[in-house]
Design a protein around this ligand. Structure first.
Ligand code: CP
Length: 341
């Protein structure tokens, strides 16, 4: 196996992104997986070695997902339930595909037609589903800490698919995988995370993960959209795109999360785009080979110019592809700790 840090980030053209990395360079599935946890509730608490093990496993899963025959039987006979109290396209569908590719039975709970609408609480809903003997619950909820609380009430493994403004661990893992595949390393890279930092679980999980792997992380936002104390997580704070993007290797844009704003924190979309939207002029502050990322969903013309989003330097669609690979890897890692009877 070619060492990760020295592997050349060989780039090849593809219909989606000039950055797509050929799969020939991908390592075989590692046998020395180091992931002793029953749940994945956040990046906080994971060691550098555990994160790296998951990324290595996900590289092998990326190979699996590009094959015609995509099925394995790691989760054969197991049941996975997606329990999403907030809307999702990428996370929910990729957990569904990941579970099915590993042979699990997958059920997507429909919250709008569930008894949550009759007043049943999150915990009562989770305990009810737990009584049906699932093996893994994948949970998204609007309240920070809700998924961890739920994990204390059920017997099965629990994965945090995003809890309020707290954490979105699989998003950070897929972002790290995308970066590592393109740049050949994470250590020493300058990653600028720009936009609504205040409400972003993606920013928080990415800061935790990327600093654990020795990247230099900057957050760039108007002061109204900066989370107090964010520098204590290890990020450098900027309120100017010119300064924050200077010599950046990675420019990661975030959506304005209006659904979490109780008052208007930006003057107008037009003004916000003028100062903080990523266009070619601002992208030029970063390194010439800087990679553009966005976790999605994007609001074109608000935080990112439409042409930049579709530029050859954009890895946004590859992030989605790596999302399936990372979720396969996380399910495989947790499968090793599922009880056999
Ligand atoms: N990035 C992300 O979590 O996207 P979804 O909300 O579509 O799942």
């Amino acid at each position: 196996m070619v060492p990760r840090e020295t592997r050349a980030a060989t780039l090849a053209a593809s219909p989606n992104s000039a950055y797509t990395v050929p799969l020939m360079s991908i390592a075989a599935e590692p046998t020395d997986l180091s992931f002793p946890h029953r749940h994945l509730l956040g990046i906080e608490g994971l060691s550098r070695g555990e994160i790296t093990s998951l990324l290595d496993l996900a590289e092998a899963a990326a190979v699996l997902s590009r094959q015609v025959a995509k099925k394995r039987d790691d989760l054969r006979g197991r049941t996975l339930i997606n329990l999403f109290f907030e809307a999702s396209t990428r996370t929910q569908s990729s957990f569904e595909l990941a579970g099915k590719r590993l042979g699990a039975d997958v059920m997507n709970m429909s919250i709008p037609t569930s008894s949550v609408q009759k007043g049943e609480t999150l915990i009562d809903t989770a305990v009810t589903l737990n009584a049906m003997r699932p093996d893994i619950l994948v949970v998204r909820h609007h309240a920070a800490g809700a998924v961890e609380l739920l994990a204390q009430k059920v017997d099965c493994s629990v994965i945090n698919a995003g809890d309020g403004s707290h954490e979105h661990p699989t998003q950070a893992l897929l972002d790290a995988l995308t970066i590592r595949r393109h740049k050949g390393r994470i250590s020493g890279l300058i990653v600028a995370i720009c936009g609504d930092i205040l409400h972003s679980r993606v920013a928080r999980s990415n800061i935790l993960l990327l600093t654990a792997l020795s990247a230099r992380v900057r957050v760039v936002a108007p002061s109204t959209l900066l989370a107090p104390g964010i520098e204590r997580l290890g990020a450098e704070v900027y309120t100017s795109m010119r300064e924050g993007l200077k010599d950046a290797d990675i420019v990661m844009m975030l959506r304005l999360q209006r659904e979490r704003m109780s008052s208007s924190l930006v003057p107008s979309q037009r003004e916000y785009f003028h100062f903080f939207g990523l266009d070619y002029e601002k992208l030029a502050y970063a390194k010439p080979d800087a990679m553009v990322m966005h976790p999605g969903p994007m609001n074109r013309g608000v935080e990112i110019d439409s042409e930049v989003a579709d530029d050859a330097r954009s890895a946004i669609r590859e992030q989605v592809e790596m999302g399936v690979a990372v979720r396969i890897a996380v399910l495989q890692a947790l499968a090793r700790h599922l009880p056999n009877q």
